[in-house]
Design a protein around this ligand. Structure first.
Ligand code: IMP
Ligand code: MG
Length: 176
């Protein structure tokens, strides 16, 4: 099946450079922290998390969580987020860094941060590769951010459109 190639927005090289910078920043910030846990949000964050994790020098464990995502055709997500798969680890007393692919309305990350905060981690921060400007419906504190982008649907580097394009090495724009 012939696919129309997404229009490049962020090159593979820029992504890799930025991931290295984020890892260096996280290494500095968590230099004294025992028990760092990276929590990847499935499925979109799996490639970002794999690269980020391998660029970190600070010892850490990795866990995953899966959430329902709203219909990609919908322009008005209800804000209803559902937990499909919870963490394996108990995060009480641990340093938790949530790793998300993209922040759009902010509902997903906001839900996660509230859910995790109730479990009393030693600290709780958030890292996103991409954030869409001017789309926030809820304010979410982002401690680490790769790139701000305009309000377009992006794919690649883990991000999908109807489950396609996740394995592109760059981030590109599709116009469905
Ligand atoms: P939020 O809850 O509106 O912030 O949406 C975040 C989730 O929607 C992300 O974790 C993605 O799974 C998905 N999403 C939002 N925008 C895009 C996009 O442009 N491409 C791919 N997935 C997206
Ligand atoms: Mg996601």
């Amino acid at each position: 099946m012939a696919d129309r190639q997404p229009e490049p927005l962020i090159s593979e090289e820029r992504i890799q450079t930025r991931v290295g910078e984020l890892a260096a920043q996280i290494d500095r910030d968590y230099a004294d922290a025992r028990d760092l846990l990276l929590v990847g949000v499935l499925r979109g964050a799996f490639i970002f998390l794999a690269d980020l994790s391998r660029r970190l020098s600070v010892p850490h464990a990795v866990d995953f969580i899966a959430l329902s995502s709203y219909d990609s055709a919908s322009t008005d997500p209800s804000g209803a987020v559902r937990l499909i798969m919870d963490l394996r680890f108990n995060i009480a007393g641990r340093h938790v860094l949530v790793v998300e692919d993209i922040v759009d309305s902010g509902y997903t990350l906001s839900y996660l941060l509230h859910t995790f905060a109730a479990r009393e981690p030693a600290s709780l921060k958030a890292c996103a590769l991409v954030r869409k400007l001017d789309r926030a419906r809820v304010e979410v504190p982002l401690d680490y951010l790769g790139f701000d982008i305009p309000d377009v649907w992006v794919v690649g580097y883990g991000l999908d459109w109807n489950d396609r394009y996740r394995t592109l090495p760059y981030i590109g724009v599709v116009e469905p």
